[in-house]
Design a protein around this ligand. Sequence first.
Ligand code: SF4
Ligand code: MG
Length: 443
Amino acid sequence: CGVLGIYAPTQEVARLTYYGLYALQHRGQESAGIAVSDGLSINVHKGMGLVSEVFSDSVVDCLKGKMSIGHVRYSPTGSGLPANAQPLVVHYQKGMMALAHNGSITNALELREELGKNGAVFQTTIDSEVIINLITRYRKKSLEDSLVKTMRDLRGAYALVILAEDKVIGLRDPHGVRPLCIGRMREGYCLASESCVLDITGAEFVRDVAPGEIVVIDEEGLHSYRGYSKLERRSCAFEYIHIARPDSTIDQLSVSESRRRMGVELAREYPLDVDLVIAVPDSGTASALGYATTLGIPFGDGIIKNRYIHRTFIRPTQEMREVDVRLKLNANASVLKDKRIVMVDDSIIQGTTSSKLVAMVRNAGAKEVHFLISSPPVAYPCFYGIDTVKPEKLIANQLDIEGIQEFVGADSLHYISKEGLLRALGTDCVCLACFDGVYPIPI
Ligand code: SF4
Ligand code: MG
């Protein structure tokens, strides 16, 4: 998912938020929503589909106010319900509040049960509603105070943006697993999952929200509170590998630069004698370039992506999923014919897409196809908000590398080592749980 918050007293923020959500569309295509406060009450519009499907010009114009939050939602199975679209908005004894969440609360079921025993009712199946329930229940004095109490109860990974009638709040879990950054606007501030949003909203990057930090933006400016004693930072490594846009910087590390360095590490670990390096676009591109440049091998556009195919367009039947890959990606025979190819992708999840791509490249005339992956094998599920698939569907959970190579049909298959990935990232303050099964937060 992607979240965004804007406090800008001299601007109509709904339109800025709408544009900003476009820059987060890659983080979720299932639903989109914007909540705006005019200082007295909060209005929300949300729905299923892409930002462009959910919002029309007239809808955006109807959302009046100087502060807002926005959300795009991702759900891997496509089983999302309209009621689960965010931001969530509640009325409670202190007024109104809206909340948008990226991440996953690992003790949500426990908390939900506990709250239920005390009479809470729920209208959605999402853990974000548990968070909003806790906040309203703890609200005796200030909102900030109840947020600190709420954070003590929550386990898991979360980047939250909250809208009250007169302020916008952002907070990040104690390990900082999910990203959230701060931008300064001409007047006001912007919070966003990724810094690429700031270029759209006209904000200048200030810094990332610190792990366990609460930032409050109101008419007096930006205030920072320590919500939770700082734990060791564990930024999600998969953001750099696959999720985030290359033009974003997360926790002081450029996404495209880190991908390029993954390619350099792959070149160091597996220098292969081939004629051409190609990428599975888009997330494999920077690594493929890093690999090609390091070894002095030409890089070519061997696979072409259709930019107009979105997941909401794809009917979730097996048959349609088969067509899915061909609709999205096509081999470019004119550059592949009679060549020995290195093909770089960022990850292999179930292996079905990869096997189709290898076959596609072969059918286009490639003599050899060597498959390089800029992440270690994804062998464990993520419990922190990146819904991969059930462990038994993760091919690296079922097969060894040789078995995977056979399944995808490549002449050779190489994954970057964990050490190589850490060298590329230049830090070991990252979560690698889906690769090594070491979960930094109890699950
Ligand atoms: Fe990111 Fe993987 Fe950790 Fe999930 S388990 S937060 S996807 S690194
Ligand atoms: Mg990809």
